[in-house]
Design a protein around this ligand. Structure first.
Ligand SMILES: NC(=O)c1ccc[n+]([C@@H]2O[C@H](COP(=O)([O-])OP(=O)(O)OC[C@H]3O[C@@H](n4cnc5c(N)ncnc54)[C@H](O)[C@@H]3O)[C@@H](O)[C@H]2O)c1
Ligand SMILES: [Zn+2]
Ligand SMILES: [Zn+2]
Length: 410
């Protein structure tokens, strides 16, 4: 009786389940209690750049037409969340609910949603896939035009937000995902259902970092057996490029990172060499060093740092005639890349990759399968696990030098 007086619905449910009602009935009761209604839940709100996230109870409105409301179970913190929080992202909007590397369970769907259903395990996608726009139909890119304009403005496709803080203030969405909330609403083109047996605390990483790097190697660059590869930056993205190149049988995979602590982990993911560019012999540049190591330059290089000087070095370390350099890192607002045009005239190619060129709704299943068949490492990126309440400590983890991903649990 004492517990029945509790104000928390969760406790009520647990007690109810244990003592009176069979599990099926309680599931139905739970659904009945939230479908079509606003939900009050935990979230971490970013009110302004460069300030800790505020743990608050926010209100999440029900999904409108072609929208899906998800109960987020796990979310990781990606460098891009930290970048927007830092204020260096010109498109960053505040107050907002950040987070874009998450996994959860569909709580309810709006009118017209046919691709996912209540109870499905899902991953929100910051790169949507509608299947019918000019981009989706081109067969040339994973960029989709369907929700791009409103996603960039921090709102749902109808131009409004589903989030309000405890004072009633509207909050912006982030990257079409906003996984730093126990419940979130996304467009139906921005979510993919996955195999129910895949552990959400692991596969949440496929929502961004792992997919981005792995896809950049196997899709954007399409690395082939025997190719030589250099990867600048051994974070989750760079190490995922390494595992993609390794899986393709690259003959040499050189990691370039300013942090010596990354050497061991780089080799574990398949790197054959590790170079710290701050420790070269006097007068030698990183480009000189790489060209010397590879008899004229690399078949493929990848920037996974977001530093525009690194991007230039990555291009110039490519082999004359065919070397390709892929930019993955996100540069600070206003930064530009430069090189001598001669570098391109003589056959080097500069390209970029978003979400690894992966089409989230049609290709995520394959990545999950690769993970389940142990062809794709995912768990190895988890360097810390924390309750969601420790999200600010999770952001601090990013600076500790050995952090790859901190996974938070609601
Ligand atoms: N294009 C996309 O779709 C996409 C998706 C996810 C992340 N990103 C971006 O990719 C980048 C990497 O993300 P992450 O999560 O792996 O970040 P991270 O911070 O975990 O890793 C970056 C690594 O780069 C190293 N580094 C920094 N400066 C360097 C330099 N000058 N030379 C060599 N190494 C250097 C760091 O020591 C670190 O190991 C970020 O810019 C992120 O915003 C892009
Ligand atoms: Zn599309
Ligand atoms: Zn990310």
């Amino acid at each position: 009786m004492r517990l029945f007086n509790s104000t928390t619905i969760r406790l009520f449910h647990r007690t109810f389940t244990q003592n009176i009602v069979p599990p099926n009935a309680i599931t139905k009761l739970h659904k009945m209690s939230t479908v079509g209604k606003p939900i009050n839940c935990k979230a971490a709100v970013s009110y302004k750049p460069n300030a800790p996230l505020v743990l608050d109870t926010i209100t999440v409105d029900p999904p409108k037409s072609h929208e899906v409301r998800i109960k987020i179970i796990n979310t990781a913190i990606c460098h891009t969340d930290a970048y927007t929080l830092s204020g260096k992202d010109a498109e960053g909007l505040f107050p907002c609910v950040l987070g874009h590397e998450g996994a959860g369970i569909v709580e309810s769907v709006g009118e017209g949603v046919t691709s996912v259903k209540v109870g499905d395990h899902v991953i929100p996608l910051y790169t949507a896939e509608c299947g019918v726009c000019k981009f989706c139909k081109s067969g040339k890119t994973n960029l989709c035009g369907s929700v791009r304009a409103t996603q960039g403005k921090g709102v749902m496709p109808d131009g409004t937000s589903r989030f309000h803080d405890s004072k009633g203030q509207s909050l912006y969405h982030f990257m079409g995902c906003s996984t730093f909330s126990e419940y979130t609403v996304v467009a139906d083109v921005s979510v993919v259902a996955i195999d129910q047996t895949a552990p959400l605390e692991s596969v949440c990483l496929l929502g961004c970092g792992v997919t981005t790097g792995y896809g950049a190697a196997i899709k954007t660059a399409n690395v082939q057996k025997g190719d030589t590869v250099a990867v600048f930056g051994a974070g989750t993205v760079g190490l995922s490029v390494v595992q993609g190149a390794h899986s393709r049988g690259a003959s040499r995979i050189i990691i370039v990172d300013i942090n010596d602590n990354k050497e061991t982990v780089s080799r574990e993911f398949g790197a054959t060499d590790f170079i710290n560019p701050t420790k070269l012999s006097e007068g030698q540049t990183i480009v000189d060093k790489l060209v010397e190591m590879t008899d004229g330059g690399l078949d493929f290089t990848f920037d996974c740092t977001g530093n525009v000087d690194v991007m230039r070095s990555a291009l110039e370390a490519c082999h004359k005639g065919w070397g390709q350099s892929v930019i993955i890192g996100v540069a600070d607002a206003g930064k530009e890349i430069s090189t001598r045009p001669f570098q391109l005239v003589t056959g080097r190619v500069w390209k970029g990759s978003a979400f690894g060129g992966i089409k989230g709704r049609s290709e995520m299943g394959g990545l999950i399968k690769d993970y389940q068949e142990k062809k794709l490492k995912v768990d190895e990126f988890i360097t810390a696990r924390r309750p969601f309440s420790e999200i600010n400590e999770g952001f601090e983890d990013l600076h500790n030098g050995t952090c790859l991903r901190t996974v938070l649990k609601f």
